[in-house]
Design a protein around this ligand. Sequence first.
Ligand code: ADP
Length: 200
Amino acid sequence: MSPTPHPKNERTFLMVKPDGVKRGLTGEIIKRLEQRNLKIVALEMFQATREQIDGHYPKDETWIRRVGGKTLSTYEKYGYDAKEELGTSDDLEIGKMVREWLIAFMVSAPMVRMVVEGVHAVEMVRKLVGPTMPSAAEMGTIRGDYSVDSAASANKEHRAVHNLVHASETAEEAAHETEFWFGGEGRVFSYKRSEEEMQF
Ligand code: ADP
C-alpha cells in the first residue's frame, strides 16, 4: 500500500472571477494566499468561453438543486417570494436559471486561474475565501472583506452572485479542475519556497 501523501503537497484550484479582476483585487487575493504560506504553482489570465464554463460547473441534478436551494433559503431569510420574482419556487428550475446566469457572468470579462499548493490547501483556501454568499461571510475572509452580495439581491437582477473567487470544494474537484484548466505538460510547476529550503 502506498503511504498517504504529505499534507503540504496538497493542491487546489482557484479562479479570480470577473468582479475580482475588474475591481483590481487580483493582487490582494494572491497576497492573502501567499502570506498564509500557500504556494502559487500555476497562474494565468484568460478569457473563458461559454463551453469552458459549461464544462467547469457540474451538470448533475443534485448540484443544480443545491444551487437553487441557496436562492430559496436566502429568499426565505430576507422575506422575498421566489415564485413572484422568478416565476417558480422549484429548486431545480431555479438552479437551472442560476447556472445560466453564472455562465454569462463568468464569460463577461477575463479571469485569473491558478493552482495553489500547501498544507491542506483545499480546506485552507476555502477558509480564506469564505462562504458562497458574501452577505454571510465573516470579516477577514476574501468574500467578507470585499463583497456584499446575496442570492436574494443577485436573483432579483437575474444574475449570479458576485463573490470574487471560485475555489475547489473537495480534493476530487481540485484534481478535476486542475486538469480541466491546466491540463497538459509543464503548466503546473514544482519549486521550493525559501522557507522550505532553510536548514534547521
Ligand atoms: P462556491 O463557488 O462557493 O463553491 P457553488 O459551487 O454552490 O458555490 O456555486 C457556484 C457559484 O454560483 C457561486 O460561487 C456563485 O457565484 C453562484 N451561485 C451559487 N448559488 C447561487 C444562487 N443561488 N444565485 C446566484 N448565484 C449563485
